[in-house]
Design a protein. Structure first.
Length: 108
């Protein structure tokens, strides 16, 4: 999504229609991560990490959900290129999910 938003910005066009389908898919993935993480946390299955174990959950579900929520809030207030806000949010969520993977695997 971030690459699609960057492409649309550089070409000075609107994001393609499937951008919004991709956004919906991203939101479903974040929701699934959130539910699976909650079930694993409640069942006592926590990743072994070098730092605080809660960071894995923050990076993997809480922060991406917060970022998408803020993106929706901000996108409602703009009239031009709301897809750009979601492109930036997708970029942040991608790195947050990557960091969640690192903390879950115990990589610093």
């Amino acid at each position: 999504m971030a690459l699609l938003a960057a492409y649309a910005l550089i070409r000075n066009v609107d994001a393609p229609d499937f951008f919004w389908t991709l956004l919906a898919a991203l939101q479903v993935v974040i929701a699934v991560q959130f539910v699976v993480g909650a079930v694993l946390f409640i069942s006592g299955e926590r990743p072994a990490s070098n730092g605080p174990e809660f960071l894995h959950y923050v990076y993997g579900a809480f922060f991406p959900a917060l970022v998408l929520g803020v993106a929706h809030w901000r996108a409602r207030k703009v009239t031009v290129a709301p897809w750009l806000i979601f492109g930036v949010a997708a970029f942040v969520c991608a790195f947050s999910t990557f960091r969640a993977l690192q903390t879950g695997l115990g990589i610093d």
